[in-house]
Design a binder for this molecule. Structure first.
Ligand code: ZN
Length: 192
């Protein structure tokens, strides 16, 4: 049997999201590396169309999450979580999200597409030139910096390797200078 037949059997030939019996197709939940039965669901064209085109999302259609978020299948739960996150500003989806429970591994999968993260909420660290900094990058100091709480001065031109980002503040990174872990302000570094 193929994947479609397997999913038809699993779902009783209904959309696993909204229960519709029309225009059913296989939806491989991205990232599709999971694939197969566990990584896919049977969805109707209305659900899948809205998942794939956020602009066409009709919040009321997704009230069906009330039921499908309790599915025993991770692929269904992951999509429910993503759609509820997409719609959480409506209020009721946030209430459902609060009730939802995903195993760590499943939650990681749900978050893999970045759904639910608003651009404004993402903390992005940038160096003096506006280049994006990431954990593990190396930077060089563009001015002498007094190290807080010590008499040490980190000299301009000092390279700091394998920085780590402060996840709560876009202005701070941490790195080792002369063997000492210090906090550095992003506008005083340049990525190398
Ligand atoms: Zn559907």
């Amino acid at each position: 049997m193929g994947l479609l037949e397997d999913l038809q059997n699993r779902s009783g030939n209904t959309c696993e999201l909204c229960g519709s019996t029309e225009n059913l197709q296989v939806y491989e939940v991205p990232p599709v590396s999971t694939g197969g039965m566990d990584g896919s669901l049977l969805g109707c064209s209305l659900c899948i169309g809205q998942i794939e085109n956020p602009d066409t999302t009709d919040a009321n259609h997704w009230r069906c999450m009330n039921d499908s978020m309790w599915s025993e299948h991770d692929a269904v739960k992951v999509v429910a979580w993503r759609m509820l996150n997409r719609l959480k500003s409506e209020g009721w989806p946030q209430d459902l999200l609060d009730m939802m429970y995903l195993e760590d591994e499943t939650l990681e999968w749900a978050k893999a597409t970045g759904e639910g993260e608003e651009e404004s909420e993402k903390i992005i660290h940038r160096d003096v030139n506006g280049n994006i900094l990431e954990n593990g990058d190396s930077v060089v100091l563009v001015k002498d910096l007094k190290v807080k709480g010590s008499s040490m001065v980190a000299k301009q031109g000092t390279a700091v390797r394998r920085i780590s980002l402060d996840h709560e503040n876009a202005e701070y990174i941490e790195g080792k200078v002369d063997g000492q872990q210090i906090v550095i302000i992003t506008k005083y570094v340049k990525k190398i």
